[in-house]
Design a binder for this molecule. Structure first.
Ligand code: ADP
Ligand code: ZN
Ligand code: ZN
Length: 654
C-alpha cells in the first residue's frame, strides 16, 4: 500500500509538497520526484495520513535507506527556517553538501585514521585558564553558553583543547567553528597535535568529494571533531557534546546571501537543542554577547593576561597631519628599519586590494566610475586594468580624460599592490609577502604564504582584513595600521564597534613571542575618542560606552531589526515594491514594530540594479517575528514581483 509523504524541495516558495510513495521510506531520506515538468531531489520531512491535495504524483526513486538528516538536525533546520522566515526547502539545500543535493550516493570515499602521535604542551595552564576549564566542565551535560573573553594570546585555544579532551573522553563529538578558511589549517594543526582522535574539516577550499566525506564521517560518528567555517554549523553529529565558536565577534559568521543566517546565533540554538555547553571565544566580544552576559543568559569567563609571560603590545599613534612622506610616514620607516635590523617580522595592514582606488584627472577632477555600479574603478597595475570591486567589471584605463580630453590622468590613494611597490623601493633587500584576495586566489597560495611567514624569516607582510584574525606569528614584532580614517568617519552605527574589534585584533598579532611588540596606527584624527581606549587596551570599557549609547538610542542589542531589501533594473519598481510591502505591514497593525523607509541602499546601484531597503525594528522580538510571519504568508500573493528581486535579512549587520 502506498503512503503519503511531505517533501522539502529547494524552491523559493513557502511550502512543502506531498507525494505518494509505493515503498517504505524513512524520514530524512532523499527522494527523486517529479516537479514542475522536471525531476528534482527532495528530502522526506514527514509521513502523512491524508493530504489536502488530490491526485498526488508518485516518488520516482528513493535515494537513501537510512536518513541523511536525522531528527535533531531536521528540528534544527525547522527552527532555522522559522526564525529566518526562509523556505524550508532552501534551508535544507543550504545545509546539505552539493553532492547530496545533486543526488550522488551517500558513500564515504576515504576513511580517516585517528591521529597517531600527539604531543603534550610543555607548560601548565594558569589559574585563569583552570578556572575557565572547571566552570565549563561543570556544565558539560546541560545547555550553558560561556563567553570566553580573553585578551589576544591569553591561551583561549589552550582552554578549548583541555575541554575538548574531557568531552572526547566521554565519547562525545565536538564542533568547532572558525571565521576564515585561512584559519582552519592552523587550528587543525593544533588540534591534531594534541588530541588523539579523528578530526575532519569543512570549508570552501575542499573539493566536493572531500566535503561529502567530512560530512558523512561526522554523521556516522567516524569523525569526532569537526572544524570548519560557518556552514559547518549544519553538520549532523549525533553524539554532539560541545560547540566552540572561535572569534565569536567576527562578522563572517553571518552569511550575506541566500539564507542569511548567523552561524554564531544558530550555534546557541543548536547547543540548546542538544543540551550541551557552548563556548564563544574572543578578545573583543560583540555587544550582542555582552548583552547576553548582562542578562545572565551566558556566563562570562575572562583571561586577562597573555599566557606564558608575553605582554600586550604597546600601541602608539602617528599623526599624519604632519606627514609629508606619502603612505609611509618617516617615523614608521624608522621603526621598521629598527625591527628588521633585529631580524624580526613586520606586518602592515591596509584595507584595500589592488593598486590604487582612484584613477582621476588632475585638470578637471573627473574620475573613472563603473558604468554598472555607483562606485569608482580600482586600478590594478599588474594587469593594467581598472576593476570594479562590486560587480567584477574590468576595462582598459583611458590615456586622456573623458571630460576635458587632457592627458592628465593619475592614480590616487593606495591599495596593497601599490604599497608593496613602495615598500620595495624603501626596503630593497627584504622579502615582502602580500596577502589579499588577489594574491591568494590560487588554491594553496594562502597556506604557502603562511608557511613562509612561519619559518620566522625577517620579512614585511602586507595584507588586508584577511590577516587580522587569529594568526599566531611568533617572530612578528611590529604591526602598523595605515588607513583607518575612513572607518573613523563611517556613519553606520556598528562601524565603531567593528573598528575597535579590528584594531585590537590586528594589534593582537604583534609581540606574541617573549618580547613586547609594537603597534603603530597612522591617522589624521589622533584625538578621536576611540584611541583613548585602544592605546590602553581597554576594549571592555569602550564596549561599555557603546552599550550605553545603543541603549539610549534603542538600537541593537537593545532592540531587534530586520531588513527587507528589494532590487530591480527599474529603480521605480524596486521602490514601489517596498511601498506596497510597507502598506501591507502597516495593515498588520503590530504597533510595537517601527518601520522606516524605503530608503536607497548605501550603494544604490550595483550591477545595473537599484537597491532599496525597508527597516523594521522592535524592542519585542516576538512582535517583530509575528509581523514578519504574517508578511511572509502573504508575500506570494503580492503583485509587481516578477521584475523585483527581494530578500529578508533578520538581525542584519550591515
Ligand atoms: P589565544 O587563543 O587566546 O590567542 P593561544 O591559546 O593561542 O591564545 O595561546 C597563545 C600562546 O601562549 C600559544 O603559543 C600557547 O601555546 C601559549 N600558552 C597558552 N597557555 C599557556 C600557559 N598556561 N603557559 C604558557 N604558555 C601558554
Ligand atoms: Zn579632465
Ligand atoms: Zn561595477
Amino acid at each position: 500500500m502506498s503512503s503519503i509523504i511531505e517533501v522539502a524541495i529547494a524552491v523559493p516558495l513557502n511550502k512543502t509538497f506531498d507525494y505518494s510513495c509505493a515503498e517504505k521510506v524513512t524520514q530524512g531520506a532523499r527522494v527523486r520526484v517529479p516537479f514542475a515538468g522536471k525531476t528534482v531531489i527532495g528530502i522526506v520531512l514527514t509521513h502523512k495520513k491524508i493530504s489536502e491535495f488530490e491526485n498526488l504524483k508518485s516518488v520516482i526513486e528513493i535515494l537513501d535507506h537510512k536518513p541523511i538528516l536525522d531528527k535533531p538536525i531536521l528540528d534544527f533546520l525547522f527552527w532555522t527556517a522559522r526564525y529566518y522566515h526562509h523556505p524550508i526547502g532552501e534551508v535544507v539545500a543550504t545545509a546539505l553538501p552539493k553532492n547530496l543535493r545533486l543526488g550522488k550516493a551517500a558513500k564515504i570515499k576515504k576513511t580517516i585514521a585517528p591521529v597517531a602521535k600527539i604531543t603534550q604542551s610543555n607548560f601548565k595552564t594558569n589559574t585563569e585558564q583552570n578556572h575557565a576549564i572547571e566552570q565549563i566542565l561543570s556544565k558539560k551535560n546541560i545547555y550553558q553558553g560561556f563567553l570566553l573573553h580573553g585578551v589576544t594570546g591569553s591561551g583561549k585555544t589552550e582552554v578549548y583543547l583541555h575541554i575538548a579532551q574531557a568531552i572526547l573522553n566521554d565519547n562525545k563529538q565536538i564542533l568547532v567553528l572558525v571565521p576564515e578558511i585561512g584559519l582552519t589549517p592552523q587550528m587543525i594543526a593544533r588540534f591534531r597535535a594534541r588530541l588523539k582522535t579523528t578530526i575532519v574539516s569543512i570549508h570552501s577550499q575542499l573539493n566536493e568529494t572531500q566535503k561529502l566525506d567530512s560530512y558523512l564521517l561526522a554523521k556516522n560518528i567516524e569523525a569526532n571533531v569537526v572544524l570548519g567555517t560557518r556552514s559547518a554549523i549544519f553538520t549532523p553529529m549525533p553524539n554532539l557534546g560541545l560547540i566552540i565558536i572561535d572569534e565569536e565577534h567576527d562578522i563572517s559568521f553571518k552569511q550575506q546571501s541566500g539564507l542569511r543566517y548567523s552561524a554564531r546565533d544558530l550555534g546557541v540554538i543548536r547547543a540548546k537543542q542538544a543540551k550541551i555547553p557552548l563556548i564563544l571565544g574572543t578578545a573583543t566580544p560583540s555587544l550582542e554577547m555582552l548583552k547576553n552576559v548582562m542578562d545572565k543568559k551566558i556566563i562570562h569567563l575572562t583571561l586577562t593576561k597573555r599566557a606564558g609571560g608575553a605582554s600586550l603590545p604597546k600601541v602608539s599613534l602617528i599623526d599624519m597631519r604632519q606627514n609629508s612622506n606619502g603612505v609611509l610616514s618617516a617615523l614608521l620607516i624608522e621603526k621598521m628599519q629598527h625591527y628588521l635590523g633585529q631580524r624580526k617580522q613586520i606586518m602592515l595592514f591596509i584595507n584595500r586590494r589592488g593598486y590604487a582606488p582612484v584613477y582621476f584627472c588632475t585638470q578637471c577632477g573627473w574620475s573613472a566610475q563603473c558604468g554598472r555600479c555607483d562606485s569608482t574603478m580600482v586600478y590594478h597595475r599588474s594587469i593594467n586594468r581598472l576593476k570594479c570591486h562590486h560587480c567584477g567589471g574590468e576595462e582598459m584605463p583611458q590615456h586622456t580624460c573623458l571630460d576635458c580630453k587632457q592627458p592628465s590622468l593619475e592614480v590616487l590613494g593606495y591599495g596593497t599592490q601599490r604599497l608593496e611597490e613602495t615598500l620595495q623601493s624603501h626596503f630593497a633587500d627584504t622579502p615582502i609577502i602580500r596577502i589579499d584576495r588577489d594574491s591568494t586566489r590560487r588554491k594553496k597560495a594562502f597556506s604557502e604564504h603562511l608557511r613562509q611567514i612561519n619559518t620566522g624569516m625577517p620579512c614585511i607582510i602586507v595584507g588586508t582584513q584577511m590577516l587580522a584574525k587569529g594568526h599566531d606569528f611568533s617572530n612578528l614584532a611590529m604591526v602598523s595600521i595605515l588607513d583607518i580614517d575612513a572607518g573613523l568617519l563611517a556613519t553606520d552605527f556598528r562601524a565603531t564597534e567593528h573598528l575597535a574589534q579590528l584594531l585590537i585584533q590586528v594589534s593582537g598579532r604583534a609581540g606574541r613571542g617573549v618580547e613586547q611588540g609594537g603597534v603603530m596606527i597612522q591617522t589624521r584624527y589622533p584625538e578621536h575618542p576611540i584611541f583613548n581606549y585602544i592605546l590602553s587596551n581597554r576594549y571592555t570599557q569602550f564596549a561599555g560606552k557603546l552599550m550605553k549609547q545603543r541603549m539610549q538610542a534603542m538600537l541593537p542589542p537593545f532592540s531587534y531589526q530586520a531588513l527587507l531589501c528589494a532590487n530591480a533594473k527599474n529603480k521605480q519598481n524596486a521602490e514601489d515594491f517596498l511601498h506596497v510591502v510597507k502598506n501591507l505591514l502597516n495593515n498588520i497593525q503590530i504597533n510595537t514594530v517601527e518601520i522606516w523607509g524605503p530608503v536607497a541602499g548605501v550603494i544604490e546601484k550595483k550591477s545595473d540594479h537599484y537597491y532599496f531597503n525597508l527597516y523594521l525594528q522592535s524592542n519585542n522580538r516576538a512582535a517583530l517575528h509575528q509581523m514578519l510571519a504574517t508578511f511572509h504568508a502573504h508575500i506570494d500573493g503580492l503583485g509587481l514581483k516578477k521584475r523585483v528581486r527581494w530578500y529578508l535579512d533578520i538581525d542584519p549587520i550591515e
